[in-house]
Design a protein around this ligand. Structure first.
Ligand SMILES: [Zn+2]
Length: 404
C-alpha cells in the first residue's frame, strides 16, 4: 500500500470513529426530555384510579367510561413494587427504588440494602443543568419527597432529612410543611425556616406570599398558609389542616417559578392518597386521586405547549388497601357513599367498623389497612414515553427517565 493510501485509510477510520462517537453523543443528549414531570400517587393502585373514574361516571349518570387525564395518556405499563427485604414495600423503599434505581429495605431512604447512600436521578439531572422541583400534598420531609433529595438509614429521621434540603441546593420545594420541625422532642435550637433561610432558601407560606416573596430568589420552599402558625413547632400535614393551595396550584407555582427557559425535573406527589387508603376511606381517597389528576392536567397543559420536549409519567410507589371495585352488590353504591361524605367530609366521625360496613354496603372492597404487593400502574406521554409501556421494575424508572 502506498503511503498516500495508508494515510487516507487512517483518516477514513478516524473520521468514521468520530462520526460514530458524535452520533452516539448527540443521540444520548437527545433521548432525555427537556421538561420532565414525575407524578407519584402514594398508595395509588390501578383500582384507586378506576374507583375515581367510576365516581366521575356516576356523576354523569353512567356506569363507566369516564376517564381521568392520566388514563388518557397513550402509554401504559405496570411496575413491580417489592423491596429488598419485603414483598410488600413501604414508601421510603419504593421511593428510593424509583428515585435512585436501587432496591433497599423498608424504612431505608436514599440508601442501598446495606445502608450506603445512593444517588437520586435529581442529582444526575442537576449535573446536566436541570432545575429541580420536589413537591407533595404531605410534609416535604416525608418518605416519598425525601427520597428525591435525601439519604438516611431511617425515614423517621425527619429533622435530619429536612436539613438535607440545604445540601441538595435544589430550586423549588413545596408541601404542607415539615414533620419534627425542631427535632423529635423539640430539642433542636433552630427552627428549620431559620435554618433554611440562613442557607439561602426563601420560605413562603401560602400562594400570595409566595408570589410576592419568591421574586428574584434562587431557591424557595412553599408551605401551606395554615402551617404559618406552626412555624416554631412541628408542622402538620394536609390531613389535619385546611390545605389552602391544591397540588395543582403548587405545581403551577413551581412551573412559573422554574420557567421553561431552562430544562427542569419536577417530582409531584399526591401523598395523602396513601393516608386515606390506609383508613379505607373511599370518598376522601377518591378526592385525593382527583386532586392528583388535577395536577396531572396542569402538566398536560404544559406538555401541549412543548410536546416534543416534555415527558410526563404518572405512577405509584405501591398499592394501599387491597382495593376492589366490587364486594357484593353489582351496583357500586355511590349515592350512599356521597351522602355520608357530604355529612362528614373526612369521614372522621365514622368508626372503623361503621366505615367498613359503609364500604361493604356500597360494594367497595378493602382487604387491608396496610400496603399490598400488587404491581402499580405507569401512565406516560411525551418524549420517550414509549419506554414506559409493558412490565417493568420500579428500579428501571430512573434509567428510562435519564434516557439510558
Ligand atoms: Zn402507606
Amino acid at each position: 500500500m502506498r503511503l498516500q493510501s495508508i494515510i487516507t485509510a487512517i483518516l477514513t477510520i478516524a473520521m468514521t470513529f468520530n462520526t460514530v462517537s458524535f452520533t452516539s453523543d448527540a443521540k444520548k443528549k437527545d433521548e432525555k426530555a427537556k421538561y420532565i414531570f414525575l407524578f407519584i400517587g402514594d398508595g395509588m393502585g390501578a383500582n384507586h384510579v378506576a374507583t375515581a373514574e367510576s365516581y366521575l361516571s356516576y356523576l354523569q349518570g353512567k356506569l363507566g367510561g369516564v376517564t381521568l387525564t392520566m388514563s388518557q395518556f397513550p402509554y401504559y405499563g405496570t411496575a413491580n413494587s417489592y423491596s429488598a427485604d419485603k414483598n410488600i414495600t413501604d414508601s421510603s423503599a419504593a421511593g428510593t427504588a424509583i428515585s435512585c434505581g436501587v432496591k433497599t429495605y423498608n424504612g431505608g431512604l436514599g440508601v442501598d440494602a446495606e445502608g450506603n447512600p445512593v444517588k437520586s436521578m435529581t442529582y444526575d439531572l442537576r449535573e446536566d443543568g436541570y432545575k429541580i422541583g420536589v413537591m407533595s400534598t404531605v410534609p416535604i420531609n416525608h418518605a416519598t419527597p425525601g427520597a428525591f433529595y435525601a439519604s438516611s438509614n431511617s425515614r423517621n429521621d425527619y429533622y435530619d432529612i429536612s436539613t438535607q434540603i440545604v445540601k441538595s441546593d435544589f430550586d423549588f420545594f413545596a408541601g404542607s410543611g415539615f414533620i419534627d420541625f425542631r427535632g423529635k422532642k423539640g430539642e433542636e435550637k433552630e427552627a428549620i425556616d431559620v435554618y433554611l433561610e440562613k442557607n439561602g432558601y426563601e420560605v413562603c407560606y401560602g400562594i400570595e406570599e409566595f408570589k410576592k416573596d419568591s421574586q428574584g430568589k434562587d431557591k424557595v420552599v412553599f408551605c401551606q398558609e395554615s402551617n404559618r402558625a406552626e412555624s416554631a413547632g412541628n408542622y402538620v400535614s394536609s390531613g389535619d389542616i385546611p390545605a389552602d393551595a391544591t397540588l395543582a396550584e403548587m405545581l403551577q407555582l413551581g412551573i412559573d417559578y422554574l420557567t421553561d427557559e431552562e430544562p427542569f425535573f419536577i417530582m409531584c406527589e399526591g401523598g395523602d392518597i396513601d393516608w386515606t387508603a390506609h383508613a379505607n376511606k373511599t370518598m376522601p381517597m377518591v378526592m385525593d386521586v382527583l386532586e392528583l389528576d388535577e395536577a396531572v392536567a396542569v402538566a398536560y397543559e404544559f406538555y401541549k405547549k412543548h410536546p416534543k420536549e416534555t415527558l410526563i409519567i404518572v405512577t405509584a410507589d405501591h398499592e394501599t388497601g387491597g382495593l376492589s371495585l366490587g364486594a357484593g352488590p353489582e351496583i357500586i353504591g355511590w349515592e350512599t357513599l356521597i351522602e355520608q361524605w357530604e355529612k362528614d367530609g373526612k369521614q372522621n366521625n365514622l368508626g372503623w367498623k361503621e366505615n367498613s360496613d359503609l364500604n361493604r354496603k356500597s360494594s367497595i372492597g378493602w382487604t387491608t389497612g396496610g400496603h399490598t404487593a400488587t404491581p402499580v400502574p405507569v401512565f406516560s406521554i411525551g418524549k420517550g414515553a414509549e419506554k414506559f409501556s409493558g412490565r417493568m421494575d420500579n428500579t428501571d424508572i430512573k434509567g428510562k427517565i435519564l434516557g439510558k
